[in-house]
Design a protein around this ligand. Structure first.
Ligand SMILES: [Zn+2]
Length: 329
């Protein structure tokens, strides 16, 4: 008699996902007994102050997911508006790829495609509410609705052929109120939408993720931004920020609003400038972060750690992985 082996493909995958998600949430949220302040506050203090914003300037924030614009730039957005600049925010994805978040938000053990799409819809609402807290009017916010955790595929294997996002089962933009509803998930469509935003906004300054950012969507949007602005011969208008800056950054996690935001390990080669926030700007940033309820319940202490007395921006983003010098013959 032979025992039939269970088929590997039938083994449920979602308990492992939930355990992994719970582990991730614990790792992010549990306070660590370390305070790795090794002079990093002094290094931040020594940075040059950000060359500020001015009246009439047109500022575009390119945000891979709902919440990045607040984490990186909530203080600078307020400062730009206070100076008389106009600010636009564009979210490239709806943040519909975070399964553990969907499980909590939708109160289901195993999120299905519709749960993921519902999460995306909720995150877009949160994004627009957070922008309002920061004083950015609704008609200055744009949602593109491309797949969360899928941007790299759009710039490689799916430039022409539509990509199907495994979590939402979508292969075209489905988000209500998106710039181009029904646009296929292709690199060509994403390029066209970003170019449409650039044509409409005609930004003097673009706040984009740095190529050094650890998250693949962030990294991909960085390279896209550089390419599209270079095609316009406007790459000097790019300014770079980092949200996923390396293990444990920003430290310490949680609410420490009087501490500086230190230089992210992955961004140590960037020429950072420091934007100092007033207590009122810090308070408003805290309020904008709090709007993201779907995120704070999972990543609260990570998100709060960005509410500090300064933000960081770099006018330059050197090659994250410089090619080695060719060996001498
Ligand atoms: Zn992000």
């Amino acid at each position: 008699m032979t025992r039939r082996r269970p088929k590997l493909g039938r083994r449920p995958w979602w308990p492992a996902l939930l355990i992994a998600g719970a582990g991730l949430a614990a790792w992010i949220n549990v306070p660590l007994p370390i305070r790795p302040f090794d002079g990093s506050a002094d290094r931040v203090r020594a940075l040059p102050a950000l060359d500020g914003f001015h009246a009439g300037q047109r500022v575009l924030v390119l945000s891979p997911h709902p919440d990045d614009e607040t984490l990186c730039c909530a203080g600078m957005i307020q400062q730009a508006r206070a100076a008389g600049a106009e600010v636009w925010i564009t979210w490239v994805t709806a943040g519909d790829g975070f399964e553990f978040d969907a499980a909590l938000t939708e109160r289901v053990l195993r999120p299905r495609a519709q749960n993921m799409r519902d999460l995306g819809a909720t995150r877009v609402l949160e994004a627009r509410a957070a922008a309002q807290v920061l004083g950015v009017p609704r008609d200055h916010t744009v949602v593109l609705g491309y797949p969360d955790r899928g941007l790299a595929r759009l710039t490689t294997s799916n430039v022409v052929r539509p990509y199907t996002a495994p979590r939402t089962d979508a292969s075209a933009v489905y988000v209500a109120g998106a710039l181009t509803p029904g646009a296929p998930y292709t690199g060509q469509a994403l390029d066209a939408d970003l170019n449409r935003v650039l044509d409409t906004v005609r930004p003097d300054v673009v706040l984009a993720p740095a190529p050094q950012d650890f998250h693949t969507d962030h990294h991909t949007l960085a390279l896209l931004s550089i390419r599209l602005m270079a095609q316009r011969r406007q790459e000097d208008r790019l300014r770079f920020w980092i949200v996923h800056g390396g293990i444990e950054w920003p430290v310490p996690k949680g609410r420490h609003e009087t501490l500086p935001l230190t230089i992210p390990p992955r961004g140590r080669t960037l020429a950072w400038e420091r934007a100092d926030l007033t207590p009122a700007e810090v308070a408003r940033k805290r309020d904008a972060v709090a709007v993201y309820r779907t995120q704070t319940r999972v990543l609260g202490r990570f998100m709060e750690a960005f509410v500090r007395r300064n933000e960081l921006l770099s006018p330059d983003a050197p090659d994250p992985d410089p090619a080695p010098e060719p060996a001498a013959p």
